[in-house]
Design a protein around this ligand. Structure first.
Ligand code: LLP
Length: 399
């Protein structure tokens, strides 16, 4: 990550700062690591849906994993091909399904029997055939935060393995549905690689089961979930894509011609973005000293929602003396806290703080609670200077 300090100092805070050069480095690594004839990576747009970021990712030839009609729309506008877009989500509306059918996207990842019936009905009305994948709940513990665990039987996601027979009956009687594959996604910020091995083993059994029934699945979608290093983003800026893809290559047992889809979000964009905030007040408390910043949970919700830790640095301080601070935002909630006992050089009002690893699920989850302004974004790119300048101008005008 490159910090353009002069540029950062001249901007009104808070804002997201995206290093598009670094994103390109990540994308090149991802391309190389995933380079196998049957591997297809679809970027999970929900992680970050900013236009310059989507354009760069599309430009590298990746597909898109979308969870709303609006995500499909922005993906198409940003250059993703319609036949590289998959549409997931437990609650697709009729309008969204109709829109996706008209755009002739690659595949719907279906999460319930009723959803399959509705897609069939809507496709029939349009005289189209919908390609679908059944999202299966494999009941595997991703060993991550409970709020981003999706593959356990008590979660709302996917269809239980016990119901697959019933699902196949419905599909058999749905002339406007074509079964293309199966889909899995067991959670996010997964750092224990054996979890993915366990997923492969479960998928292999299911894949064989379909085969024994005489159903040749065209694709297996293994979802996303690869974690990033929030503790040491400077030391480990690019996730270990090599070992991630090698694992699936080694442990997934495929039948000839089967394709594998991946839906990575966080690992693609997480380390390319950071939140820049200014210290409004240094407040001496009874038990701790607070740094009250002009960014809060409205700009970066992850610490409040998942007790997430984003590495924090003070880029203004000239002092070598280090103090412990509790770093908080201005919002009227006790959960509006970025971290306690954070060691930082002696900090004063007006200093800039950087919250690292905020490129994924940062800006997209921002809100205007307390009637706050929409958070701004600044892009840095040497290779795509014009694009960065253009977007910086457009966003500055809009804010
Ligand atoms: N596929 C599906 C079906 C998903 O639900 C998700 C993420 C992904 C792929 C991408 O997962 P990734 O590679 O980014 O882990 N807001 C939370 C994360 C929520 C993840 C939601 N689903 C956070 O800030 O940690």
């Amino acid at each position: 990550m490159h910090l353009d300090i002069d540029n950062l100092n001249s901007r009104e805070t808070p804002f997201y700062y995206y290093d598009l050069d670094f994103l390109e480095t990540t994308l090149s690594d991802l391309s190389i690591a995933s380079m196998r004839p049957n591997f297809n990576v679809h970027y999970a747009v929900k992680a970050n849906a900013n236009r310059p970021i989507l354009e760069l990712i599309a430009n590298h030839g990746f597909g898109a994993d979308c969870v709303s009609g609006n995500e499909i729309k922005i993906a198409l506008e940003s250059g993703f091909a319609n036949e590289s877009i998959v549409f997931a989500g437990v609650g697709k509306t009729d309008d969204e399904i109709t829109y996706a059918l008209n755009q002739e996207i690659l595949c719907f990842n279906c999460e319930s029997i009723q959803e399959i019936e509705i897609i069939n009905e809507l496709a029939y009305n349009l005289n189209k055939t919908a390609r679908i994948a059944i999202r299966i709940n494999p009941n595997i513990n991703a060993e991550t935060h409970e709020k981003i665990t999706t593959g356990l039987i008590e979660n709302k996601f996917g269809i239980s393995m016990n119901r697959l027979g019933e699902v196949l009956e419905i599909i058999k009687n749905s002339p406007n549905i074509e079964l293309s594959g199966v889909h899995f996604h067991i959670g996010s910020q997964i750092t224990k690689m054996y979890v993915f091995r366990e997923l492969c083993a479960r998928i292999n059994g299911i894949n064989r089961w379909f085969n024994e029934l005489g159903i040749q699945l065209e694709h297996i979608n293994v979802g996303g979930g690869l974690g990033i290093d929030y503790d040491a983003p400077r030391i480990n800026p690019v996730p270990n894509f090599q070992s991630y893809f090698a694992l699936f290559d080694k442990f997934l047992q495929l039948f000839p011609g089967q394709q594998v889809y991946f839906e990575l979000g966080r690992s693609v964009v997480g380390q390319s973005g950071m939140l820049v905030t200014k210290v409004l007040y240094v407040k001496e408390g009874e038990t701790q000293n607070f740094l009250v910043c002009d960014a809060g949970m409205t700009e970066l919700l992850r610490p409040a929602l998942y007790q997430a830790k984003h590495h924090i640095e003070n880029i203004s301080s000239i002092f070598s003396k280090v103090e412990n601070y509790t770093v908080v935002g201005p919002i009227c909630e006790t959960s509006d806290c970025f971290g306690k006992n954070i060691a930082l050089p002696l900090t004063r009002r007006g200093d800039l703080l950087i919250m690292y690893s905020a490129g994924a699920y940062g800006e997209v989850m921002s809100s205007n609670y307390n009637l706050r302004n929409k958070v701004d974004a600044l892009y840095r790119s040497t290779r795509w200077k014009e694009m960065a300048n253009e977007y910086n101008r457009v966003e500055a005008e809009a804010s």
